[in-house]
Design a protein around this ligand. Structure first.
Ligand code: UDP
Length: 319
């Protein structure tokens, strides 16, 4: 099989590329980012990376024609972007998805689209069922532009689905693991990682009672591969996550303990970390019935195990 992964040089995409190569398939990655996360794959006959934007129509057309299966992961992600560059978030995430879907439609290729648990916003109907409501704040709060961009992209997926395109929407819940973001940047696990490896205080925003379910990347990748293969997944939105709910305060103290660090955990107001335009989500937990029943996958790596592996990996990188 020939697998195209847009955004394949990113965190999840690079692990997904490895998984498909491990299954003996050919992989092409289309990504604007540096090839740092897939450098170890370069030189293989069954792998190539094209450093281009998904908004480059000619390149995209050729690659979609080449592929048997298309994963669309290319997007602007990370809270610092939602609040720093909403224009890019909206343009790449909405227009990029439209371009990928249109090309796949012309060539009759199945698309698996990487959406997000941010879709549900700050809905109080926890755990989040795929058919549940979305609850978002004002458009004056930049944080919601990411959720909105992914929701518009999902609508495009389902609209193309109605026209006959086989499409699967996956909503990821805080995936983490080796190669996540650059240390000190991006998501909470990498921000805490930098702080704990330097022995500095871990900055928990607010009172730390907000919760997440962190999903180890290997579990997310198994679900993502299954979504490309399972006929029953077509036309569905499926949560990809773990049910192990943890508060951010507990995440911080657990990472300090597992990392053998002496860092204290401190509580800071959100303005200390993000500019205006940020609003936190109090609780985020998925319903995983579809993931289990349609994809045949359950999260298997417990949080402490996944965090230990991740801390080890970052420690090795920083040596
Ligand atoms: N967070 C924190 N300290 C930081 C960065 C993030 O306490 O230095 C919190 C953030 O407020 C949120 C959680 O960690 O409650 C997860 O944040 P992240 O940006 O990783 O992803 P989100 O789930 O909010 O999209």
């Amino acid at each position: 099989m020939k697998v195209l992964i847009t955004g394949g040089a990113g965190f999840l995409g690079s692990h997904l590329a490895e998984a498909w190569l491990g299954r003996g398939e050919e992989v092409t990655v289309l990504d604007l980012a540096s090839d740092a996360k897939v450098r170890h794959l370069r030189g293989r006959a069954d792998f190539r990376m094209i450093r281009e934007s998904v908004l480059n129509r000619d390149i995209l057309e050729g690659l979609v024609a080449w592929a048997d299966l298309v994963y669309h992961l290319a997007a602007v992600v990370g809270v610092e972007h939602y609040v720093g560059d909403p224009y890019q978030v909206l343009t790449v995430n909405i227009n990029g998805t439209q371009e990928v879907l249109a090309a796949a439609f012309r060539h009759g290729r199945k698309v698996v689209f990487a959406s997000t648990s941010e879709i549900y916003g700050r809905s109080a109907a926890v755990p989040f069922d795929e058919d549940g409501d979305r609850v978002l704040g004002s458009t004056r709060i930049d944080r919601w532009c990411y959720s909105t961009s992914k929701a518009a992209a999902e609508h495009l997926c389902f609209a193309f689905g109605r026209m006959g395109l086989p499409v699967v929407v996956l909503r990821y819940f805080n995936v983490y693991g080796p190669r996540l973001d650059q240390m000190d940047r991006g998501r909470v696990v990498t921000i805490f990682m930098g702080q704990l490896l330097r022995g500095e205080p871990l900055t928990v925003i607010g009172d730390g009672s907000q919760t997440r379910t962190f999903t180890y990347v290997d579990d997310a990748v198994r679900a993502t591969v299954a979504a490309g293969l399972a006929p029953a997944a077509v036309g569905q939105a499926i949560n990809v996550g773990s049910e192990e709910e943890v508060s951010i305060a507990t995440l911080a103290s657990t990472m300090v303990r597992l990392g053998g660090s002496t860092s204290p955990v401190i509580f800071v107001p959100q303005e200390a970390v993000y500019d205006r335009g940020y609003e936190d989500i109090p609780r985020r937990v998925p319903v995983v019935r579809r993931m289990r029943e349609i994809l045949g996958v359950q999260a298997e790596v417990p949080l402490e195990e996944g965090l230990s592996r991740t801390i080890e990996w970052f420690k090795r990188q920083s040596r």
